[in-house]
Write a protein that binds this ligand. Sequence first.
Ligand SMILES: C[S@@+](CC[C@H](N)C(=O)[O-])C[C@H]1O[C@@H](n2cnc3c(N)ncnc32)[C@H](O)[C@@H]1O
Length: 212
Amino acid sequence: MDKHTDCEDACQLKEAKGYHSCQQTGLCAWLEGTNGYRSMRFAYADPPYLGCGKLYAMHHPDAMDWNEPETHRRLVERLCAEYPDGWAMSLSTPSLRVLLPMCPLDCRIGSWVKPFAVFNPNVPVAYAWEPVIFRGGRRRGRDEPTVRDWHSENIAMKKGLPGAKPPKFAMWIADLLGVDWTQDTIEDLFPGTHGMSLIWKERIPMLEEAPV
Ligand SMILES: C[S@@+](CC[C@H](N)C(=O)[O-])C[C@H]1O[C@@H](n2cnc3c(N)ncnc32)[C@H](O)[C@@H]1O
């Protein structure tokens, strides 16, 4: 398909952050929104990790389904189909070799590193990091800060939910996806302790206070 000339010109503008989807489709899709900028819809998925369904069986009768790779395959398919703008998914290091091949080749792997993690006496090498597979995201301008593909934060304490993420984790996920706080959304498919909606509340007042 020929490139749309107007679109290509417009995409050269520093403000044209919709360039990413424009490149993908070959169409001038981003021009549909006001001032050439469309809102994006992302997802974060933090399901029961492969083999860990039992941890959630008390509240979910079908929790053991998450011990089956096929359940995770369906989740990856859903993420790709419903969230073409971008998504991120947490998983454990032991399941990485099973789940990564289910993901499209343009996915990347981020790492949540845990300086303080659980050390079990019968595990000589601790499981002290967790992968995050992520895809897509808003294309950012050169004037915006570069985001690291790793995040260092201690495990969440006293949240009462196995697998709950620590306070700054959700902000890192949002940064990986390049969220525009004024108009994008991230749907948290397994919210648990609601870390994602809490950072939203935290970030929006900051924007309102920012000088114009
Ligand atoms: C790893 S935890 C998510 C933790 C969350 N991101 C947080 O920071 O609190 C997995 C979540 O999936 C939820 N869940 C939803 N549907 C489930 C199902 N069918 N079987 C098991 N857990 C399920 C659990 O209740 C749990 O909150």
